[in-house]
Design a binder for this molecule. Structure first.
Ligand SMILES: C[S@@+](CC[C@H](N)C(=O)[O-])C[C@H]1O[C@@H](n2cnc3c(N)ncnc32)[C@H](O)[C@@H]1O
Length: 296
């Protein structure tokens, strides 16, 4: 499993050294005080896990709003303002967005809600990568922060349940738009498919531990034709103990400002038609019927 995760990373070409380099080139200053707070918090709350090198690099890559990330208790505080909706999403839902590209999807939700204190928006990519590749990433992140969203970088969906800043939070919605494990040149289609499937399976395994058991949902938006259909999200979800509760056509124009990014360098948008949003929830076997008592 560890080998496969590092293979996925290799395909994305994002080694830790690159992330360190990104930090050096980061045009924004790191907030050292917040970073130290985060480290302290990490050591105190989960020392054994955070000795893992990947997690340390993940923590180091958190360059935004890490003070609030440390005390994520503020996320999702029920607001006194009336609920606001955009499509399936509501300002009162505690939300985790993962695998963001230029953060335009999160920014769109935040704008619709007016406030984003209910949201944690994350990317695998470092801030330096985002800065270099996406023209609008920094302004989207700035908007999100100004609305109270917590931003984390270096969050790997394959191990996010153990992320030092996410542990212990139960989300109402976890959203991953267009999961993709990257391109490796000359790779046979079948092996590509297996890599994408592994990424999604690991995402499901993690996300299911992080959703509210009662009515939490995991949403994956995914192309619904050709090669992509063969990934068989529903089967992957059922293996992870999740059931498909709804699949709805996805139209990016429902999310003003959202731009779909390939995620491998470059600012081009990809054609996301046709696509669907697949909603999953924890599979709970129906309780075994209790036998009706018979009168003596
Ligand atoms: C096709 S892009 C979609 C980006 C964005 N969600 C959007 O809709 O524009 C796939 C994204 O998945 C992210 N990704 C790949 N592997 C990941 C992982 N293990 N953990 C988190 N994100 C990952 C990449 O960084 C990339 O941004």
């Amino acid at each position: 499993m560890g080998q496969m995760i590092s293979f996925l990373r290799k395909c994305f070409g994002r080694q830790k050294q690159q992330q360190d380099l990104d930090e050096e080139q980061d045009p924004y200053e790191n907030d050292q005080r917040n970073l130290e707070l985060l480290r302290d918090n990490t050591v105190e709350s989960s020392s054994s896990f955070c000795l893992h090198q990947n997690v340390i690099s993940t923590c180091i890559d958190i360059v935004e709003d890490s003070a609030s990330a440390c005390g994520l208790g503020t996320v999702g505080n029920r607001q006194e303002t009336p609920e606001r909706w955009i499509k399936h999403y509501c300002s009162s839902q505690k939300m985790l967005l993962v695998g963001e590209g230029d953060f335009s999807f999160s920014a769109c939700l935040a704008l619709a809600f007016g406030s984003a204190t209910n949201m944690i928006a994350t990317s695998l990519d470092s801030r330096g990568f985002l800065f270099r590749n996406y023209k609008k990433a920094m302004s989207n992140i700035h908007d999100l922060r100004s609305r109270g969203c917590t931003i984390l970088h270096g969050v790997d969906v394959a191990e996010m349940a153990n992320h030092c800043s996410l542990m212990g939070i139960q989300f109402d919605r976890i959203i991953y738009n267009f999961p993709h494990a990257g391109f490796c040149s000359d790779e046979p289609a079948e092996s590509q498919k297996r890599r994408h499937q592994l990424l999604i399976s690991l995402f499901f395994e993690n996300a299911k531990k992080m959703i509210n058991e009662e009515d939490g949902e995991i949403h994956v938006t995914h192309k619904s034709n050709g090669f992509f259909l063969g990934w068989n999200l529903q089967l992957l979800a059922s293996r992870a103990g999740l059931k498909l509760i709804q699949e709805l056509p996805f139209n990016f124009t429902d999310y003003p400002g959202y731009r779909t990014k390939y995620g491998f360098g470059g600012d081009k948008n990809f054609n996301c038609h046709p696509s669907k949003t697949y909603k999953f929830a924890l599979f709970r076997p129906s309780p075994t019927p209790t036998p009706t008592p018979t009168l003596p």
